[in-house]
Design a protein around this ligand. Structure first.
Ligand code: FES
Length: 158
């Protein structure tokens, strides 16, 4: 259960939004930041705060690929698989990251640190292949640089 002060803050944000649906992503992201992912309980809490049904929140949650309905690692690595990144080696990058992290796409490393996911265009096409980790964009991340990229993430989060 989220702390009361957090609930009040979210209620305030929702009341300042034009529609409750408009505030939904913001609320889901805050709950995700708190729990690490959006569990069924968190969906219910989001629904309570938003004045929507859990099913309506569920529909919105499944629409946004940055909202996680399953447990994820401490860092979620989103690798863009849209056309600009694909044409610049995005697919090879994803394969290299699978090798370096020893996981398949969609999975989390055994130590729970990284989850590797594909995603749609990150709006960083000029720096393809693009990657997003947390709120931060990276690019270009080349397949050859995959190992150094992961090393850099580990070092920066140590
Ligand atoms: S196509 Fe990858 S960031 Fe746009």
């Amino acid at each position: 259960m989220i702390p009361e002060h957090m609930k009040q803050e979210l209620v305030k944000r929702v009341s300042g939004a034009i529609t409750n649906r408009e505030a939904a992503v913001d609320v889901m992201k805050e709950l995700q930041r708190h729990y690490g992912w959006l569990s069924d309980e968190a969906v219910q809490e989001a629904a309570d705060v938003l004045g929507l049904s859990p099913l309506q929140v569920e529909e919105l949650a499944t629409f946004y690929e940055m909202i996680y309905r399953r447990p994820v690692g401490r860092h979620v690595i989103h690798v863009c698989d849209s056309v600009s990144c694909w044409s610049m080696g995005g697919e090879s990058l994803l394969q290299q990251l699978e090798r370096v992290l020893e996981v398949n796409v969609g999975a989390t490393t055994a130590d729970g640190i990284f989850t590797l996911l594909p995603c749609c265009c990150l709006g960083n096409c000029g720096k393809a292949p693009a990657v997003m980790v947390g709120e931060r964009l990276y690019g270009p991340v080349t397949p050859e640089g995959a190992e150094a990229f992961i090393k850099g993430l580990i070092e920066s989060s140590a």
